[in-house]
Design a protein around this ligand. Structure first.
Ligand code: FAD
Length: 472
């Protein structure tokens, strides 16, 4: 990194319409904080654009000044990729425009929106698209990494619902990417992460979502093995309209949790059925028969209520480490090991989550988008969470050991949006399976200098002839 030149920063101040926050400014410390309280990084400059033209100005400035660019959408990357020491951080959180076209069932959304905001806007019309299950997660990073949630078995991951994007590339150009325009770039944006430029607008396909039935089924921890087996058996034959998560978690101190269970480690299931209550009752009957809960909080809910079910598991300012694995199957030994791991977690806040995949996700070919593990049966997400002040090592070691314990069932890699920052290039490569080489070629075409490298990085392919852009 070179020292910033006076003439270039003067030009930036003249051309950039948004807010520029420099080290030493009053707002600097608050502006560099992200969701994961363990991340403490000091960007050279934080730029908050007001629109696409500001993004162009900032990207050109970063290139001229040889500054790496970190891009912040919702700031939820557990690895802290939204900020980096010495980088220009483009904080897009002010770009929250959203237009919903009810008749066409599409939404055009700004990159600063979080899922609770997008859901509110689309649900006003009885529509929704697959989104993250925690409301404060950014739509941008989640979509660019694939995007899984309650709706993916019915409607595919978020990336399958991305119809187009506006993007500012490393050379400062504004491109539209969709099936017809820059199709290779569009392909890469549907799971390839923030490697290809700064996305300034997302166009999503929406689906009618009005009647939803869901909630929490709670069990004491001594029944965890039985509960995970029931999750496995029942979800294998579940209709696409039934989403099912299983979790080994500490019950939150929420009013709906009986007092004696609050803070206790419990086994939980979250079923969500998209359809009327009588159909949901039929779909859930096999589950309730094999695993009757001590706590049944399922009921008809709005989609927005469903989307808040997991919010209580993530108190603010905590320190976090994520790791994950796609699983082809879930055998009895893996279940036993995961239950033992949960019981031995060094922090009561750490959780192990399993999510049934399949349905619409599995009916799309693995090379149709970068989202490779479409045939995985489960997503395993291990989330170490601890209070500030506690040293991270035991928590990180616990998460890694828990993931290792499931290796016998691995499909070959982990979900890119959940892999830990320190897990190296091999984990990024594995996350993309057979799609990695194509992603590296597209990276070479659109970002040959790897300006956008503060992410789950895919370095540009170096082989001659690999960097040709597709037609526009
Ligand atoms: C509590 C919690 C719950 C989660 N739940 C889910 C879930 O249900 N489903 C799921 O699929 N994932 C989930 N995730 C993972 C989530 O998808 C990733 O953390 C994702 O990166 C968050 O996006 P963001 O915009 O908030 O992140 P940021 O930290 O802002 O960005 C993450 C990455 O995306 C890049 N990026 C962000 N915006 C842009 C842009 N406009 N253009 C180009 N690159 C950009 C950044 O450079 C960075 O590399 C969850 C994460 C957390 C912490």
């Amino acid at each position: 990194m070179t020292a910033l030149t006076r003439s270039a920063t003067d030009r930036l101040h003249t051309q950039f319409r948004g807010q520029l926050i420099w080290p030493g400014d009053e707002e600097y410390d608050a502006a560099r904080q992200v969701w994961n309280g363990a991340i403490d990084r000091r960007p050279a400059l934080i730029a908050r654009p007001r629109g696409t033209s500001d993004v162009v100005v900032a990207v050109r400035f970063a290139r001229e000044q040889s500054l790496p660019v970190s891009v912040r959408g919702g700031g939820h990357s557990a690895a802290g990729h939204a900020v980096a020491d010495g980088a220009l951080t483009l904080d897009l959180s002010g770009m929250k425009s959203i237009l919903v076209d009810r008749a066409a069932r599409i939404a055009v959304a700004g990159p600063g929106l979080v899922w609770s905001e997008l859901d509110a806007a689309t649900q006003a019309y009885g529509l929704a698209t697959t989104g993250g299950v925690v409301g404060s997660t950014g739509i941008a990073g989640l979509t660019l990494g694939g995007g899984i949630g309650f709706m993916d078995r019915m409607a595919g991951p978020t990336c399958d619902n991305l119809l187009g994007a506006e993007i500012v590339t490393a050379d400062g150009q504004v491109l539209q990417a969709d099936e017809d325009t820059h199709p290779d770039l569009f392909w890469a944006l549907r799971g390839g992460g923030g490697n290809f430029g700064v996305v300034t607008s997302f166009t999503f396909r929406l689906h009618p979502v009005t009647e939803v039935f869901g909630g929490l089924l709670g069990y004491t921890m001594d029944r965890a093995t039985e509960v995970l087996r029931a999750y496995r058996e029942v979800s294998a034959d579940a209709p696409d309209r039934l989403a099912l998560y299983a979790g080994l978690v500490a019950a939150p101190p929420a009013p709906f949790i009986p007092e004696h269970l609050r803070g206790q480690r419990v086994a939980g299931l979250i079923p969500v059925y998209f359809g009327p209550a009588y159909e949901a009752a039929r779909a859930l009957a096999p589950l309730l028969a094999v695993a009757p809960p001590v706590l049944d909080l399922t009921k008809p809910m709005s989609y927005q209520e469903v989307q808040q079910l997991a919010d209580g598991l993530n108190p603010p300012a905590m320190h976090h480490y994520y790791t994950a694995e796609w699983l082809r199957s879930l055998d009895d030994q893996t279940i036993d090991e995961l239950v033992a791991a949960a019981a031995g977690a060094p922090s009561p806040l750490s959780v192990i989550i399993l999510k049934r995949m399949g349905g619409a996700t599995g009916r799309v070919p693995a090379d149709a988008t970068p989202f490779w593990y479409r045939d995985a049966a489960h997503n395993l997400d291990i989330h170490a969470q601890w209070a500030p002040g506690s040293p991270p090592e035991p928590h990180v070691a616990w998460a890694r050991a828990a993931r290792q314990a499931a290796q016998r069932d691995s499909a070959g890699g982990g979900y890119v949006n959940f892999i830990g920052a320190d897990q190296g290039t091999d984990r990024v490569r594995a996350a993309y399976g057979g799609n990695y080489a194509r992603l590296a070629r597209i990276k070479a075409a659109y970002d040959p200098g790897n300006l956008f490298r503060i992410n789950n990085n895919i370095p540009p392919a170096v082989a001659a002839g690999n960097g040709d852009r597709d037609g526009s």
